[in-house]
Design a protein around this ligand. Sequence first.
Ligand SMILES: Nc1ncnc2c1ncn2[C@@H]1O[C@H](COP(=O)(O)OP(=O)(O)OP(=O)(O)O)[C@@H](O)[C@H]1O
Ligand SMILES: [Mg+2]
Length: 254
Amino acid sequence: MPPSPTSGVPPILDVLDVAVEYGGVPALSGVSLSIAPGEVVAIVGPNGAGKSTLLKAIMRVEPLSSGDIIWRGNSLIPATPDKVARSGIAYVPEGRHIFGELTVEENLRLGAISRPSSSTDLAEARGWVASLFPVIAEGRNRHAGLLSGGQQQQLAIARALLADPDLLLLDEPSLGLAPLIIDAVFESIAEIRDAGTAVLLVEQRAQKAMEFADRSLVLAGGLIADRFGDGRAIDQDRVRAAYFDHSSSQDADG
Ligand SMILES: Nc1ncnc2c1ncn2[C@@H]1O[C@H](COP(=O)(O)OP(=O)(O)OP(=O)(O)O)[C@@H](O)[C@H]1O
Ligand SMILES: [Mg+2]
């Protein structure tokens, strides 16, 4: 069993001893983690570590070769990606995947499709995402493909939030963005967390993500190489060791 995330609060997500292979080659082995409601957990690690694969496994986009994923007490193994999305897990993949030929408004409507029927007023949710992300307030009829990288990232997160998730999976939200824009994206993630949504944040910017998150895991070579948080200070030498003990490639900072 993975260590319990925060004392006394039952987790909403349990990843249990998960393995994923691509054509027989292991990409994840024995990966276990839990997330409590409203918690931010960072996954850092070098290129090819399996970070994106972990998010795809949770979304049921990639099949598990062993292990289980428990969401609010039920296994996600029988679920399709669509069903996972409707059950309260929203996913912003690496590279954003907004629809460039559609307008901002049309992209947002696609997010609202996965909104559970039990959710509160959509107009209220739209007001909240518009207050979080200036790109939406600036004009809903603009073509998404004409937005800057930072604006597209805001739109991708806004679209995910309109599905009213209890858990948001973010794959490298800072990738390719200027430092000021990255700060703005992290500020929005803080507001999302403060509104009660748990976040699983995959980031190459290890130090920034680990300082921001409640807890952090270093994934390297498909294994969880180390865990940080629970009040322990983040020792950068220990982070580097976790990167290099399990992989030969990248630098721990970025
Ligand atoms: N569709 C696929 N088919 C075959 N191999 C894959 C596929 N997707 C990923 N892999 C391999 O699985 C391993 C983990 O990849 P993954 O994309 O999960 O890593 P990552 O930690 O997200 O890397 P990055 O930081 O570059 O985004 C890598 O060796 C990668 O080459
Ligand atoms: Mg990746």
